[in-house]
Design a protein around this ligand. Structure first.
Ligand SMILES: [Zn+2]
Length: 174
């Protein structure tokens, strides 16, 4: 999926599950969800045959999600004013949200690397799916028990990404 979708989806997942208890933590989750696709930076250094297999490979594994969550959570926990465990949980949930969204595409992810290189996929979406991105932005507040308390955190992002979303939400709530 595209970077915007990953960032928005992670924000939604972490805010609705309360892994991110504030908009600031939600933005950390959004930024974290962009990181797994940085594997493309390594790809040019790989042999031709390994290139295709590497993208959505190790960086899209549950085991790597746990390791990165632990390490990055430890690095950020003071800045986030959270315990190491809570900070690790936030990073891990954000990372896993990326894996789940990529699993919705036909390419799938190497979810259980290094145990297996098999790709896991639900094959529901295109790699770049504007409709899915819009649905994330529009439908997100409906999936929380506290839409009025929660939605103002999201709408600044919507303003930046899709300005019409905020106007649409106000129209619905008035
Ligand atoms: Zn990815």
């Amino acid at each position: 999926m595209d970077t915007l979708s990953h960032a928005c989806f992670s924000y939604l997942v972490c805010r609705t599950t309360r892994a991110a208890k504030s908009p600031r933590m939600g933005l950390v989750a959004a930024a974290t969800a962009v990181l797994p696709d940085l594997d493309f930076l390594i790809i040019p250094a790989l042999p031709d045959l390994a290139r295709f297999a590497f993208h959505r490979g190790p960086s899209h594994s549950l085991f790597i999600a746990l390791i990165i969550g632990f390490l990055l959570g430890g690095l950020l926990h003071r800045w986030l004013n959270l315990s190491w465990v809570r900070s690790s949980l936030l990073i891990t949930v954000a990372w896993i949200s990326h894996l789940l969204l990529d699993m919705c595409t036909g390419f799938g992810v190497a979810l259980l690397w290094p145990i297996t290189h098999a790709r896991f996929s639900f094959d529901l979406l295109f790699v770049v799916d504007l409709l899915a991105s819009l649905l994330e932005l529009e439908a997100g507040p409906e999936f929380t028990d506290h839409p009025k308390q929660w939605s103002p955190d999201l709408w600044p992002i919507c303003d930046v990404c899709f300005g019409h979303s905020q106007r649409h939400h106000k129209r619905l709530s008035s």
